[in-house]
Design a protein around this ligand. Structure first.
Ligand SMILES: *Cc1c(COP(=O)(O)O)cnc(C)c1O
Length: 378
């Protein structure tokens, strides 16, 4: 095993293209938000199909900025899909509002509309569904519930650029969508994010709050709001512009590799492969399996590590994390779909430069690890 190269979870696709773009920006001397950010935003808006796109320093600041621009504050409730990276709910807490956690369907890992309706109160303002691992949430029932109750929908599309819901791009379905360009995502700027929207008033508010709340009038600013500095640098936008040129090739290769995984793993006892729901459009930011209840997933991760292969859990069930149990009184397991997903999901390596031989090795290692049951079962 030690003579084989270590297989990492994700390896970004960076080459001379990104270097050339960055070099040009450095040579221009314009280093903060400028023409490259504008170009990056125009390209993302085109891709997502929205009138506006605003680059930010991360998806976390994108989500925060969108919520502030929507006027979310103390006393408000925001309904958040429970199975997600904590940033999705932390930004709600930071506004003094209450995150109301909504269960997910453990087959798609996305917000369960059946659990949503009963959690809406007179204080509810915004719904945040998460497009988990590159698969869109089931948006039609979610949007219908939002319409019926006069709520806004903020899509956490952090890991789902170019994913679609019945052929419509995510980030264009709700009031606004937020994307991430962290290195774990399909394309990266190191750190970076984007808000997409078609809402004119929201767009104006986002533009104001992203940069200190200042409006330029003549030779000075007038500060109309207590804003942030969530601007992306042109240096990083240059990386993003180069990455976007690779996006389709990256997604195509990842889809191929995911299909190969599914073909090879289908029927293997103890694992369930990702589902392809009626709305399709999965872009496989991550390839995530569900492991049988009887198998110790964490030991499986250890056994794969011993074979030189990096794997990890899917993501977190927020209601079971200490901050949320302590602050809001949830008990682990209160949201059963999310809790099962947290305990039983397993992310396999997936990135475009992986070879078919890598897939062979990962599938063989997983089969061996599952078969050597004393090492993996409880
Ligand atoms: C990655 C991710 C985030 C955070 O993105 P950053 O750009 O790292 O802030 C938020 N939500 C989800 C669902 C994510 O996958």
């Amino acid at each position: 095993m030690s003579d084989l190269a270590h297989i990492r979870l994700v390896v970004p696709e960076i080459d001379e293209d990104e270097l050339r773009e960055v070099q040009a920006v450095l040579a221009s001397g314009y280093l903060t938000q400028g023409p490259k950010v504008a170009e990056f935003e125009r390209l993302v808006a085109e891709r997502v199909g929205t009138r506006y796109a605003f680059a930010t320093t991360s998806a976390t600041t994108a989500l925060h900025l969108a919520l502030v621009a929507m006027g979310i504050s103390a006393g408000d409730e925001v309904l958040v899909a429970d199975f997600t990276f904590p940033a999705t709910a932390n930004v709600v807490v930071q506004q003094g509002a209450t995150p109301v956690l909504v269960d997910v369907d453990s087959s798609t890992f996305t917000m369960d509309p059946k659990d949503l309706e009963g959690k809406i109160t007179t204080r509810s303002r915004v719904l945040i569904p998460v497009h988990a691992f590159g698969l869109s949430a089931d948006m039609d029932p979610i949007l219908e519930i939002a319409r019926a109750h006069g709520l806004r929908v903020l899509e956490d599309a952090a890991c789902a650029i170019a994913a679609t819901y019945y052929d419509r791009p995510v980030g264009s379905l709700g009031t606004a969508g937020c994307f991430s360009f962290h290195p774990r995502k399909a394309i990266t700027t190191g750190e970076g994010g984007m808000i997409t929207t078609d809402d004119d008033a929201l767009a104006e508010r986002i533009a104001l709050l992203r940069s200190h709340g200042g409006v330029r009038t003549g030779n000075r600013f007038r500060f109309e709001a207590a804003g942030f500095n969530y601007r992306l640098s042109d240096i990083l936008a240059a990386v993003g512009v180069a990455q976007l040129r690779k996006l389709d090739r990256i997604l195509e290769r990842k889809r191929e590799l995911a299909a190969e995984y599914t073909r090879r793993l289908h029927g293997l006892e103890g694992v369930a492969t990702p589902v392809d729901p009626a709305w399709h459009g999965h872009v496989y930011q991550s390839y995530v399996l569900m492991i049988d209840e009887a198998i110790n997933r964490d030991r499986l991760i250890g056994a794969m590590r011993e074979r030189g292969i990096e794997t990890t859990l899917g993501t977190y069930a927020l209601h079971a994390e200490p901050f949320f149990t302590r602050t809001y009184g949830y008990r682990p397991g209160d949201l059963p779909g999310s809790y099962a997903s947290y305990r039983r999901s397993l992310t396999l390596p997936l990135y475009p430069s992986m070879t078919d031989a890598d897939i062979d090795r990962i599938v063989d290692s997983l089969s061996c690890a599952l078969a050597s049951s004393p090492g993996t079962t409880r």
